[in-house]
Design a protein around this ligand. Sequence first.
Ligand code: TYD
Length: 222
Amino acid sequence: MPRGLFITLEGLDGSGKTTQIKRLAAWMQKRGLDHIVTRQPGGTATGDRIRALLLDSRSAALAPMTEMALMFADRAQAIAEVIEPALAAGRIVLCDRFTDSTEAYQGGGRELGSQVVLDLHRLICGNLQPDITLLLLPSLDASLSRARNRNHRQTQQTGQDENRFEQEQDAFYSRVWQKYREIAAREPNRVILIEGNLGIDEVHEQIVEAISEHLVTAGHTS
Ligand code: TYD
């Protein structure tokens, strides 16, 4: 059984990742491509509990190292329970955020640096690398205003509070943004950078083009 394909989506809060992952999944569905969609943090029962701890505004005093360790605890569980079994069964895994998020947010945003993240990824995640990473980077301003409006609305509607990261200052997000660019420059073969304030359809087309090419090269489709 040939191994599946591991695709991750990355970007700032409000970059449109969630919309794009849904569109991409629908595109795959139409073509009969066997896939699953998952996200981090979360995606397993244990991971959902870790997610609640991480994103709740009340976890205000979380130390940066604790935050990073929880992200990796969540990821180790997701790899064992969801990602590896799916890849071993030859399926395509679409994952909303992976270790690039930890490098960007904890390494960049929290200023822990890249090295510790990459080291932990090797130790805890067996250095599992995505085959392809779609990095959505609209301008910092556009992402931030979208994310803050959305989360405010969600809290009002559901009472669910996942605003801890959105309360960060612009300087934090600017460091996250810079780190994402650094990752893209360091790993051009894996990371497909989709920049600028493009429309939903335009971004979808770019994604589909990149994925189609990869599927043909990887022998998943003709
Ligand atoms: P989520 O609601 O999934 O945001 P989005 O829809 O924008 O992806 O929340 C995930 C938050 O957790 C987001 O602010 C980024 C942050 N995060 C990290 O800081 N480090 C990580 O390793 C991961 C996976 C997420």
